[in-house]
Design a protein around this ligand. Structure first.
Ligand SMILES: [Zn+2]
Length: 335
């Protein structure tokens, strides 16, 4: 267990080091970056936020491992700033390759380029019941805005089926969309190791938000779980918290969680009639230790409303909910 921040890395499997980066004031608590030691070059999987606390944990750990800037490449599993925040800085070292998927990599750079993309993304949620005050607050408090990369990252596109050669065994890139539209994982078949990003987490459930480019993000996520479940996995190395020893069991728990969520939303719609995603989110149970909805920090409200929307989209695709636009709002109801 890595509770002491002074112990900044552990060897998770031979030649693979988990470096725990603190995410202060964030319910995720910490990010797992992984350093895969190679003969000539090493690979760092995910980077942490672009903030001092992450740099202060990452660089001393790399130093202790004897790895210097320019000696390792970077693989970003997906666009979220806790995974990609330091990509631009790290990729600036001469000779460094920064891998990301096509869509997520391009979107990281759009989000970094200025407020236009963010404003469009935030304002689009008004029709789902997000209040103007919330959207205004998110313009300064969304972690993606506060801790995203310092500038444009020149990414090398990684795709399904690519093989990366670092360390003892080849790493296969697999496409696992859902948590983000172009989320990637790395699979090392020889030892059955899965670097799962935020596809599979052990102690917490990955947030599945709505994406405008995906008609059914939750359905797509569940298909990605089906795909990964077919692999022979002895150890999952997730983006946050504990390593996962029994991946099949954990996938079953994640599926069951979303099944319960869908049932909860159906009963909320039974009682509430026509509702926006924000109205549904207010009625759902969230693990915020008894905090009433009005006291949720803005980013938590944002993630909750987006999660409600992904579930409502899934119910709509299944024919178990109806979506209508009325007076500028998107309303969901039972058929
Ligand atoms: Zn994520």
């Amino acid at each position: 267990m890595l509770k002491d921040w002074r112990l900044m890395f552990e060897e998770s499997a031979q030649g693979i080091y988990r470096i725990v980066l603190p995410l202060p004031d964030n319910p995720l608590k910490s990010l797992n970056a992984y350093l895969i030691r190679g003969e000539r070059r090493h690979l760092l999987v995910d980077t942490g936020f672009n903030r001092r606390e992450c740099r202060d944990a990452l660089f001393p750990a790399l130093d202790q491992l004897g790895v210097r800037a320019g000696e390792f490449d970077v693989f970003v599993t997906h666009l979220h700033a806790d995974h990609s925040g330091l990509a631009a800085d790290l990729a600036a070292a001469p000779g460094t390759i920064a891998y990301a998927s096509a869509w997520d990599g391009e979107t990281i750079n759009k989000l970094t380029a200025g407020p236009a993309y963010w404003l469009d993304l935030l304002n689009d949620m008004a029709k789902h019941g997000c209040e103007p005050a919330l959207l205004h607050d998110l313009q300064t408090n969304h972690p993606g805005i506060r801790f995203g990369p310092s500038g444009k990252t020149h990414f090398t596109v990684a795709r399904e089926g690519d093989v990366l050669r670092y360390g003892q065994h080849p790493l296969l890139v697999l496409s696992t969309p859902g948590h983000t539209p172009d989320h990637l994982v790395l699979y090392e078949a020889e030892r059955g190791l899965l670097f799962s990003g935020d596809l599979i987490l052990g102690d917490i459930t990955p947030n599945i938000p709505r994406w405008r480019t995906m008609p059914d993000a939750l359905g797509t996520y569940l298909e990605s779980l089906d795909k990964v479940e077919k692999l022979d996995i002895s150890l999952t190395l997730p983006g946050h918290r504990s390593l996962v020893r029994d991946t099949k069991k954990r996938i079953g728990e994640l599926r069951a969680h979303h099944g319960r969520r869908l049932a909860e939303i159906r009963s909320i719609l039974t009682a509430g009639g026509e509702m926006t995603a924000a109205a549904v989110a207010r009625e759902m149970t969230w693990s915020m230790r008894g905090t009433p909805w009005k006291d949720f920090p803005s980013p938590q409200k944002w993630f909750a409303i987006n999660e409600a929307l992904a579930h409502l989209d899934h119910l709509t695709v299944l024919g178990e909910a109806v979506r209508e636009e009325k007076n500028g709002f998107v309303l969901f109801s039972l058929p």
